[in-house]
Ligand binder design. Sequence first.
Ligand code: SF4
Ligand code: FES
Length: 244
Amino acid sequence: MLLRIARSREGARITHYDLYKVDLSRGLTVLDAIFQIQDNMDESLSFRYSCRGAVCGTCAMLIDKVPRLACRTQVATVKDSKVDMREPFAAITDIPAGWDSDNEILIEPLPNLPILKDLVVDMTAFYDALETMKLWAEPPGSEEPRLQSPEERERIDRYVNCIMCALCYGSCPVNNSKTEYVGPAALAKAYRFYQDSRINERDRFLTSAKAPTGAPLCELIMNCVRVCPKGVAPGGAIRKIKNL
Ligand code: SF4
Ligand code: FES
């Protein structure tokens, strides 16, 4: 199988694409294939990974124009697993010259974040949103357990599964055009805390989610729901925030 991979020796933007041939074996993931290339063909190829099991969220990249986790995407199934991404989205519609889309898997860095090198992007803006919105729970000031009924827990089940991979951020046309937008994951997390029965002062999470750089900017395009590998469906949370 052929992989066409975006390169950026100077950082900041894609400078060219390199073509590599990898040996296909049963269950080979895109991350395995990239390792094959780095180990045997080009040690200068840069990418990020950690768990190799769809838990850490660090191997997010654009695979055949769809934001996906490289460790969770099998090479053999890429061409058959299309995701209907909604436009407008320049990074997804830009087709590099020479790409044979029937026979080559295209690998590019996650859109909407600055490129550091090759497939490694700078996640600062993604994490800064969590900091700015103070998306964490303050300790209650006592060691008493904070009990929660199964029904109360069910309200946040979907949202606690977020692995902070930023696939939603990379798929969002609003993040593409408005750098001030905090993005889908931050808003889903804000909604998660707003819905958590154990938390004091829950309203502060709703207030920060409804700030001008938050939910009001979302156009409910829902690419975030299509690409999320954990079923968080941030767009659903954002719709609820808008309705509150
Ligand atoms: S909401 Fe989904 S796509 Fe977005 S960071 Fe969390 S796990 Fe990744
Ligand atoms: S390497 Fe951890 S999610 Fe892919």
